[in-house]
Design a protein around this ligand. Structure first.
Ligand code: HBI
Ligand code: FE
Length: 290
């Protein structure tokens, strides 16, 4: 869907960006950011990839209050050429990819309500800026995110966006990374969630499987609950290398002939760090049936 097809919402530019209007945030909104930030800052050290904590430092995100995107972009631009731009919410895929391909990360400007502290559908400023932005200060991950955007524009032309959305989901949103014999968090959807920051590493329920691009692109994902499988990369260099092939067309063609895999599948060819019990997902299914 080319972005000139979809009219941008009221007050937004053609590329769906809006002013952040940092001065308009209320004291309560800044206080909610501080509460979310404090909770994750207490939990993540030792659990999250060190590059994430380095990013928080480099970008001075430890300062109280919702970050001013202009200040954030100033620091980020000097480090990796990225900037953070405000959008009203989810934007069409093509708009999203075009921003990433130009090193612009789109971040929701709104913050969740206190009653949504543990879960909300749309990415708010805490998910986008606390979850996604720190790693954009890491040169390798910054290159990966731009390559993802460029790949997305090509995938759009090949009708393969859903394949690439899975790659995004299982790396950028819910990825795990090895550090020696340990696994660490790096996916934004995990690190911005208190519950999933614990579940993704400590709970015996989910599978934890070695990253394999073709296998991952066959795998469905959950959008409404904790993941039933997480994929583990060896390093950000490895992730960038594994996805740097510019022409995914042959891969998409091979995938055409292969069935999708359920979120909880474990294949005999998988590199298995944890063969999960799926106890959490099964319990939730039973609860829904009652
Ligand atoms: N829009 N604002 C915003 N944030 C996202 O993370 C986002 C989006 N649009 C599409 C999208 N993500 C994914 O579907 C892409 O992987 C295609
Ligand atoms: Fe996200």
């Amino acid at each position: 869907m080319a972005h000139h097809d979809l009219p941008a919402p009221e007050g937004a530019a053609m590329d769906w960006t809006v002013p952040q209007d940092w001065a308009a945030y209320s004291a309560d909104e800044h206080a909610l950011w501080d509460r979310l930030f404090a909770r994750q800052s207490a939990l993540l050290p030792g659990r999250v990839a060190p590059e994430f904590l380095e990013g928080l430092d480099i970008l001075r995100m430890t300062k109280p209050g919702i970050p001013d995107f202009a200040e954030l972009s100033d620091r980020l631009m000097r480090r990796t050429g990225w900037q953070v731009v405000a959008v009203p919410g989810l934007v069409p895929d093509r708009v999203f990819f075009d921003h990433l391909a130009n090193r612009r990360f789109v971040a929701g400007r709104f913050i969740r309500r206190p009653d949504q502290i543990d879960y909300l559908e749309e990415p708010d400023v805490f998910h986008d800026v606390f979850g996604h932005v720190p790693l954009l200060a890491n040169p390798v991950f910054a290159d990966y995110m731009q390559a993802y955007g460029q790949g997305g524009l090509r995938a759009d032309a090949l009708g393969a966006i859903d394949r690439l959305a899975r790659l995004y989901w299982y790396t950028v949103e819910f990825g795990l990374i090895r550090q020696g014999d340990d696994l660490k968090l790096y996916g934004a959807g995990i690190v911005s969630s208190h519950g999933e920051s614990i579940f993704a590493l400590d709970d015996p329920s989910p599978n934890r499987l070695g990253f394999d691009l073709k296998r991952l692109m066959r795998t469905r994902y959950r959008i409404d609950d904790y993941q039933q499988s997480y994929f583990v990369i060896d390093s950000f260099d490895d992730l960038l290398r594994a996805t740097s092939e510019p022409d995914f067309a042959p891969l998409y063609a091979q995938l055409e002939g292969l069935a999708d895999l359920d979120t909880d599948t474990v294949l005999s060819t998988d590199r298995v760090f944890t063969h999960g019990t799926q106890a959490y997902a099964n319990r939730k299914k039973e609860e829904e049936l009652q």
